[in-house]
Design a protein around this ligand. Structure first.
Ligand SMILES: Cc1cc2nc3c(=O)[nH]c(=O)nc-3n(C[C@H](O)[C@H](O)[C@H](O)COP(=O)(O)OP(=O)(O)OC[C@H]3O[C@@H](n4cnc5c(N)ncnc54)[C@H](O)[C@@H]3O)c2cc1C
Length: 379
């Protein structure tokens, strides 16, 4: 019997690849290893799950057993891959060794911890990066209302809004001078900040938390600006880093993530990487459309077609109910944002040096223009 295709990871990338392989090849032996419980779910539902008071089980689309049955694969849950022996084409797992014909790393990204953070309760800062985090966070939230959210990026804004909608009192800390600075130009970010504030989030720009001490009842926070306040929970949303340690230890090329070519192949021709752990042409995979597209390309490559991954413009709708926001991120080219604001919305257009529209961001009522601008970019 031939050595199996081995996939490591049961997130959108790992399961996306398994699904795409099954579209073109029902007979291939596939073994999937995952450090978690292997439940299929959408990360985009975590923040709105909080808002709607959903139990963790409500977010599960299918269990590992159901996925194994539907996709005809052997799935090993709660099994971490510890090392890759490239010479012998073997992985070392918690259950022992496993030989591979081809190996796909779909390891995701891990949340960063805010640093430097002092105080005897600094380790109590929670994250919300996966279903296990959600389960823990929901338990901790039970009976508590006052939450501090660290980080004014996309996840921080979505979590802050979700918690306010769930009835919490939320303070959102962002050390920079605007929200969503990596994603939106100035006026758009300012409008989101204003709308979140109007929805009940206390937005603190140019401020963060420097230490957390356990008080008699509450957590006592000292902010960067020297103010003292209390909270019952602190959640960090300060970014993620691709999970690449086992790839690095095995000597694969690493940049910010595991470096792959347009066929998702790493520097070892028998090993591929897909999803948030991978880096292609200096870019990381963040959006689920890009991850799904890469999974389809990789399924083609693994079944003998000459597919290639290329970056396409994507329309991203932020999960902010109080403030409809749509972004088509421009590619990394020289150019300029031009923004215009009305009381009802903000429109920002990004043109390159030749004057061609390459990206846009729309907030409030301006989102109705998304299809028109997106059509213009794709032509
Ligand atoms: C809260 C949140 C909201 C988001 N919302 C959106 C959104 O609205 N729209 C959007 O486009 N994107 C969104 N994203 C981003 C997108 O969901 C992610 O990029 C995507 O889910 C990543 O999928 P992945 O399979 O690469 O990684 P993950 O889903 O993190 O999966 C990684 C898998 O690898 C396993 N693993 C890791 N190391 C090992 C090991 N050594 N051995 C075995 N298994 C291992 C893990 O257990 C896990 O199963 C969001 C992300 C988050 C965190």
């Amino acid at each position: 019997m031939s050595t199996p295709l081995v996939i490591v990871g049961s997130g959108m990338a790992g399961y996306g690849l398994l699904r795409a392989v099954r579209h073109v090849d029902r007979g291939r032996r596939v073994w999937l290893y995952t450090a978690d419980d292997g439940c299929a779910y959408a990360k985009s539902q975590l923040a709105c799950g909080l808002a709607r008071g959903k139990m963790p089980g409500d977010l599960v689309l299918a269990s590992a057993e159901q996925m194994a049955h539907r996709l005809d694969a052997s799935i090993f849950t709660h099994t971490r891959v510890r090392a890759i022996d490239r010479e012998r084409r073997v992985i070392h797992t918690d259950r022992g060794e496993q030989a591979y014909g081809e190996l796909v790393l779909a390891l995701g990204a891990r949340p960063l911890r805010p640093a430097p953070l002092r105080g005897n309760a600094a380790s109590q800062v929670l994250t919300l990066a996966n279903l296990a985090d959600y389960r823990y966070f929901r338990n901790e939230l039970d009976g508590r209302r006052r939450v501090a959210v660290l980080g004014g990026g996309l996840l921080g804004c979505e979590v802050a809004e979700g918690l306010v909608r769930a009835g919490c009192e939320v303070t959102l800390f962002e050390p920079g001078n605007r929200l969503l600075a990596d994603l939106l130009p100035v006026l758009c970010g300012a409008r989101v900040a204003r709308t979140l504030h109007a929805a009940g989030v206390e937005v603190r720009l140019e401020d963060g938390v420097q230490s957390i001490e356990q008080g008699l009842e509450d957590l006592e926070l000292l902010t960067l600006s020297g103010q003292r306040l209390t909270a019952e929970l602190v959640v960090a949303a300060v970014g993620t880093r691709p999970t690449a340690a086992i790839a690095a230890d095995a000597g694969l090329a690493i940049g910010r993530g595991i470096v792959v070519d347009h066929q998702l192949r790493t520097s070892d021709p028998a090993i591929y990487a897909v999803g948030e752990c991978a880096e292609l042409g200096g870019r990381l995979f963040v959006l689920h459309e890009d991850i799904e597209a890469a999974a389809r390309v990789l399924a083609g490559v693994l079944t003998g077609t000459q597919a290639r991954m290329s970056w396409q413009p994507r329309l991203q709708r932020l999960q902010l109910e109080c403030c409809p926001t749509v972004v088509c991120e421009p590619p990394p080219v020289a150019g300029e944002w031009q923004e215009s604001a009305t009381p009802r919305g903000v429109r920002a257009l990004f043109h390159d040096r030749r004057g061609t529209l390459r990206g846009f961001a729309l907030v409030g009522e301006s989102v109705s223009e998304a299809a028109r601008f997106f059509g213009a970019i794709r032509h």
